[in-house]
Design a protein around this ligand. Structure first.
Ligand code: NAG
Ligand code: NAG
Ligand code: NAG
Ligand code: NAG
Ligand code: NAG
Ligand code: NAG
Ligand code: NAG
Ligand code: NAG
Length: 332
């Protein structure tokens, strides 16, 4: 998210010098698409047909990109009304996605209270069928969201401001806090420390999460309604020895349960369930990565990690935000 761009930019220019050692050949990284200046790219999901869906906190437009096209281009899927940008997105049933819009205070990475709206968008129809599900009156942060596989009418949302998991029923529009934990909270309200729980993914009955301010990745067992049924386990934390100046953002899980964490300012960190971490670093192609998702539609695509880049500050502009493809087949 944006805070880490700001904090790295303002506080730690020398952090870019560190190039971690890498125990295998560095994966090939390809630029897929670069958005116009000042289009902060926040989240990514992939449709069954391999098309990438990207959200931006700077514009309330859902974009779609075919990464296999000879010259990939971003087309507009839908522009949501009365909002300045989008945040989390998750697939609920095949080709239908839940998505969050809001009027954002980007400097503080908070939504203006009362502006968060949860929508569903069914891409199986042309034009897509969009439903306004819930107007969230009492949160300033729905960051990563995740559909519960056993209950496709339920999503969970990470509240980075108060360190809580919200649950939204997409059928009734009812919403409330499912649970909170000290490992979900931010550190303070100061820029750079004010984003707690950030990315969310659910696999095999566990909710996996990152907390950006605390620099941790962990998981907690949940039931089919999204209730917590075990202790929150810390799997890994980001330290200087892992990736200098690294700040975990959102992530993708692979079939083996490994997490691929988009990590500012120039990393993707691969984390095993036993806590071992391996770093992919590339200061010219990984530009404040905010989220990641595996391709779909072919074996090669399933070994391709698409990483959304938040972009870099250049004067008053944010530049080079977009999406890159990382070939992770060398990881097996
Ligand atoms: C960054 O990625 C490009 C393309 O894969 C590669 O040519 C370059 O060597 C990489 N840079 C570093 C520092 O790994
Ligand atoms: C890319 O898509 C946009 C619409 O999102 C369109 O305006 C533009 O012409 C397209 N560019 C190319 C090169 O096709
Ligand atoms: C737009 O959002 C404002 C609050 O930000 C709200 O007062 C207004 O009712 C909304 N309008 C529509 C059409 O949703
Ligand atoms: C959400 O707000 C919009 C705009 O004010 C309104 O039209 C809609 O009925 C509200 N929906 C719910 C579920 O409250
Ligand atoms: C938030 O508002 C909803 C709708 O009014 C309510 O059901 C829920 O209990 C509230 N939650 C909190 C934590 O305030
Ligand atoms: C971070 O991980 C290291 C290595 O596993 C551990 O020694 C350290 O105590 C952890 N720090 C926190 C804050 O959990
Ligand atoms: C974690 O598991 C991987 C393989 O799954 C293994 O290579 C690595 O040595 C293990 N690390 C630790 C700290 O046990
Ligand atoms: C994007 O921002 C950079 C840095 O301010 C500027 O040099 C460049 O001209 C901008 N590009 C466009 C198309 O405005």
């Amino acid at each position: 998210m944006l805070f880490s761009i700001l904090s790295v930019f303002l506080l730690a220019p020398s952090l870019l010098d560190a190039i971690p050692t890498f125990s295998r050949a560095a994966p090939e990284i390809r630029q897929i698409f670069t958005f116009p200046n000042n289009t902060f790219i926040e989240n990514i999901r992939v449709r069954f047909n391999g098309e990438l869906l990207l959200t931006s906190m700077s514009v309330p437009t859902l974009f779609e990109i075919d990464p296999t096209a000879s010259t990939p281009n971003a087309s507009i899927v839908y522009t949501f009304p009365n909002a300045t940008g989008l945040a989390g997105i998750t697939e609920t049933v095949p080709d239908t996605f839940a998505i969050v819009s809001a009027t954002w205070d980007l400097v503080n990475t908070r939504a203006i209270l009362g502006t968060i709206v949860v929508w569903t968008i069914n891409l199986g129809s042309t034009p897509p069928i969009v439903h306004r599900i819930a107007n969230v009156t009492n949160s300033t942060s729905f960051n990563g969201i995740a559909s519960i596989p056993e209950s496709p009418n339920l999503i969970l949302a990470a509240d980075s401001a108060i360190g809580a998991i919200w649950r939204v029923d997409l059928l009734t529009g009812l919403y409330g806090i499912a649970f909170s934990d000290p490992l979900f909270t931010p550190i303070s309200t100061a820029q750079g420390s004010n984003l707690g729980i950030n990315g969310l993914k659910i696999k095999d009955g566990y909710l996996h999460f990152t907390d950006s301010a605390q620099g941790i990745y962990g998981r907690v067992e949940i039931d089919s309604l999204g209730n917590k049924i075990g202790a929150v386990d810390l799997i890994a934390n980001i330290t200087a020895s892992v990736a200098t100046g690294g700040v975990y953002d959102d992530f993708a899980l692979d079939r083996m349960g490994r997490a691929w964490i988009a990590t500012h300012p120039e990393y993707v960190v691969e984390v095993e369930l036993n806590g071992s971490q391996e770093v992919i670093a590339n200061e010219t192609l990984l530009l404040n990565p905010t989220s990641a998702a595996f391709g779909r539609g072919s074996t090669a695509e399933e070994k391709t990690l698409y990483v959304a880049n938040g972009g870099l500050f250049a004067g008053d502009d944010l530049v080079d935000e977009g999406v890159v493809a990382v070939d992770v087949s060398c990881f097996g």
